[in-house]
Ligand binder design. Structure first.
Ligand SMILES: NC(=O)c1ccc[n+]([C@@H]2O[C@H](COP(=O)([O-])OP(=O)(O)OC[C@H]3O[C@@H](n4cnc5c(N)ncnc54)[C@H](OP(=O)(O)O)[C@@H]3O)[C@@H](O)[C@H]2O)c1
Length: 240
């Protein structure tokens, strides 16, 4: 039985991936801060779900991962889906710091731990949910887009490292556009191409299984990626 950890599994994309993994007969360990949400997932398949309530913006992700891998009895797949985005029109540093603590520091600690674990094991797969936001700046939530750019770039760096070491550690960077989760804060109707969690996670699962490097979710967001690269900033600044 394959073993996976999903950090940020209490809602949205992380929860959707956790459910996909259970359907694929994985044994999973799930983590986030909201215990009752995690327990609900466990109640669906108690023998194959381990729950750990944890705040990944702390600097203790190493101990979290160590404990989860020990309880799972191994690890094949590590998924980081924890993330926050806060509108910050006034550029309040405390808000930027909060975003960075989770999206940059927590992320780095988790993927570094996973990479080193998989290096010793000589195989493994790390998946991070970054965003299409990783490809462009944002005037009202600068730390969100910048943190996603960091994640995308960091994962590529680790991919290069794995290739140089000739060790089959796969690193998948998932770049969703809009997915109907709590992070949209009820703004769904003002947005476009909003995918359901089920559709997004089904595409993510297929991408994980085929060990893709970069995944656009849904696939049509690749068009936005191309536009971001060719349009002048004068036009882009109206939207971001
Ligand atoms: N939905 C979209 O349109 C979209 C688009 C592009 C990228 N993404 C990315 O997808 C990822 C998942 O977001 P989502 O859309 O699924 O939104 P979500 O439903 O709000 O999920 C966010 C997850 O992060 C966890 N989390 C937040 N703060 C945490 C902390 N301090 N420690 C540990 N876990 C924490 C939440 O759990 P707790 O609150 O229980 O801790 C929750 O499980 C994020 O990285 C987001 O940036 C989403």
């Amino acid at each position: 039985m394959k073993k996976a950890i999903v950090i940020g599994a209490s809602s949205g994309i992380g929860k959707g991936i956790a459910l996909e993994l259970l359907n694929k007969n994985y044994k999973i360990a799930i983590s986030a801060r909201r215990k009752e949400r995690l327990d609900k997932i466990k109640s669906l398949n108690p023998d194959n779900v381990i729950v750990k309530v944890f705040d990944s913006s702390t600097e203790k992700n190493d101990s979290l991962l160590y404990e989860l891998v020990k309880n799972l009895g191994g690890l094949d797949l590590l998924i980081y889906s924890s993330g926050i985005g806060i509108l910050n029109k006034k550029l309040d540093y405390q808000i930027e710091k909060k975003v960075n603590n989770l999206n940059v520091s927590g992320f780095t600690q988790v993927v570094d731990w996973g990479f080193n674990y998989f290096l010793k094991q000589k195989h493994g797969h790390i998946v991070n949910i970054s965003s299409i936001a990783s490809e462009i700046g944002n005037g009202i939530a600068p730390s969100y887009n910048a943190s996603k750019a960091y994640q995308a770039n960091y994962l590529q760096g680790l991919r290069f490292k794995a290739i140089r070491k000739k060790i089959p550690i796969h690193l998948t960077d998932v770049r969703p556009g809009f997915v109907d989760t709590e992070i949209l804060q009820g703004n769904k109707d003002n947005l476009f191409w909003v995918a359901t969690v089920e559709k997004a996670c089904s595409q993510i699962m297929k991408g994980i299984e085929s060990k893709k490097n970069v995944l656009y979710i849904t696939k049509r967001w690749k068009i936005i990626s191309v536009l971001i690269k060719i349009l002048p900033e004068r036009i882009l600044s109206r939207f971001f």
